[in-house]
Design a protein around this ligand. Structure first.
Ligand code: PGA
Length: 298
């Protein structure tokens, strides 16, 4: 906790350089910038439905999310303070895009192919995702890395997404063995350096998802996650310069409605990539609200 507090103090001092940007969203931010929860970055709460939900279940879940979105979440998203993203399976994107019309819920895909078109049976391109209403795409999830995706392919996917105007959420994270062997930072450094080899900052978002925490119920300690986020942020600033400090970095791995506020209290954690808990409207809505509360002070 002490480390987190010190971290936050440093961030606030550093935030002096972001003041002009923060002021653009209203005078209230001028006050917020002096608070512990101030952040120059938008929050992002993204739900990764993985291979769950047929059309009927998609309609049910999206309708519940639309109805349950709180006023404070609507206002925060409307004011550009952050984003709520839902990533259903490809087969549900088109119907989901109709269900979120007029709502501050954006759609993401869970993968894409880096080619524009052609003989790639079973694959889906960036332009196809855009035509179904997706604005975001999760890239390099550990479940896809486990299917053989390497950093070079992931870099090509990030570049293809950005070229098409999709916002990539690049996932990075270490395995349990890598963590136990103190290799967390070297693994993350490689995944970031190689995954972003062809990337710009345009719409870029990173998700730190320790593999051992995904779907296990064993979430990372918030201060541990925060230390990795801070490492990632420094690395991105080194690559892109100061504006790299505006890239949102999300935590993912067994985030629930019960533990989410402990992550959102960390200055370096800008939101969450949520798997299992995003399939329950009530839980996902609570996670959104907790993030809005922590980030926007409502
Ligand atoms: P989880 O999944 O929240 O179910 O752990 C997170 C993810 O895989 O993105």
């Amino acid at each position: 906790m002490q480390a987190a507090r010190e971290n936050r103090k440093i961030l606030i001092q550093d935030d002096v350089r972001f003041t002009a940007l923060a002021l653009e969203v209203g005078t209230r931010d001028n006050v917020l910038i002096t608070r512990a929860t101030a952040s120059p970055r938008p929050f992002v709460v993204a739900g990764n439905w993985k291979m769950n939900s047929d059309l009927a279940q998609t309609i049910e879940l999206m309708t519940a999310l639309g109805k349950g979105l709180s006023q404070s979440a609507v206002q925060a998203c409307g004011a550009g303070r952050g984003h709520v993203v839902v990533a259903p399976p490809f087969t549900s994107l088109a119907i989901a895009s109709r269900l979120v019309e007029g709502l501050p819920i954006q759609l993401g895909a869970q993968n894409l192919n880096h080619h524009d078109s052609g003989a790639h049976t079973g694959e889906v391109s960036a332009s196809m995702l855009l035509s179904c209403g997706a604005g975001w795409v999760i890239i390099g999830h550990s479940e896809r890395r486990a299917m053989g995706e390497d950093d070079a392919l992931i870099a090509a996917k990030v570049a293809a997404a950005q070229a098409a105007g999709l916002k990539p959420i690049l996932c990075v994270g270490e395995s349990l063995i890598e963590r136990e062997n103190q290799r967390t930072f070297s693994v993350i450094r490689k995944q970031i350096a190689e995954g972003l080899a062809k990337a710009t900052l345009q719409g870029l978002c990173i998700a730190y998802e320790p593999i051992w925490a995904i779907g296990t119920g064993v979430a990372s300690r918030p201060d541990d996650a925060s230390a990795v986020h801070s490492f990632i942020r420094d690395h991105i600033i080194r690559i892109y310069g100061e504006s790299g400090g505006l890239v949102p970095i999300l935590y993912g791995g067994s985030v629930t409605d019960e533990n989410c506020s402990t992550y959102f209290a960390e200055a370096d954690i800008d939101g969450a990539l949520v798997g299992g808990a995003s399939l329950r409207a009530g839980k996902f809505l609570t996670i959104i609200d907790q993030c809005v509360k922590a980030r926007c002070g409502d």
